[in-house]
Design a binder for this molecule. Sequence first.
Ligand code: PLP
Length: 294
Amino acid sequence: MYPAYTALRAAASEFYSIPPDQLLFCNGTDEAIHVFIQTYIDAGDELLLLRPSYAMYRFYAEVTGAKIHEIDYPAPNFEFPLEALLDAITPAARGVIISNPNNPTGSATDQRGLERIIERAAHCPVLIDEAYFEFCGTTARPYIAEHPNVFVSRTFSKVYGMAGLRLGVVFSQAANIAYMHKAQSPYSVNVMAALAAREAMRDQTYVRNYVDEVLAARTLLCEGLDRLGIRHVPSSANFVLSMIGERAIEIRDALREHSILVRDRSYEIPGAVRFTVGTREQIARLLQELERLW
Ligand SMILES: Cc1ncc(COP(=O)(O)O)c(C=O)c1O
């Protein structure tokens, strides 16, 4: 460990109020997902995922040769499929990965939902990817102390805006962290990320202001979509999945002409476009263009 990493670990331990041996820094959440699967899932093991969700879960599960069991977020509202997931957690399950809130739907389960998943899956590791935690506030972290099957990941890519620096962090019991650390490359965390994250954690005023701005902008966006009659999924994150319909690609391309980049998700939900929420000013511009195009 080099000095900037040691300093980051000490600062994070204080910031997150967690012993240093219960946290592991990674090259983005992406590496956390990879290392989690490599450490706990063997070829042929059943891994439970939700669909649609963050693509890298399936990617690393496929590379490992896991038997992937996906449960769908149900159309048209794409709410978190809690009961269906609980039913799928049988003794055959060897692992569970969920994103809470989920990308791209924005749906989330609440504190009680997390607790029920963790208890039902007591026999296997559960990774709860909290990449969008700051926009929602629900977390599985309180269950770590009592439940050795709980792993929680966070990222510096979203609210901190540091995606290019590649830094994520995993919380779990010390024995689990030691196992994951063994499977991890010693070169994962670069010195620039370590230095920047330490400064970023110190500036919680920025984080609070940014979250407040995004939540206000998200309300503005949802009201605007309602005015236009565009159906959208209730979101607990900094994006809103909207059902644009047959004109999804056309609208995406027309917005791009005005330097507004939106994500077409038609390949998994026909006609769906994901709008990332920025500032109120940016959302006002987006709505202005949408009103013109609609
Ligand atoms: C649910 C979820 N987890 C993780 C990531 C990626 O995080 P990182 O940049 O830390 O690898 C994303 C990015 O889109 C995401 O949506």
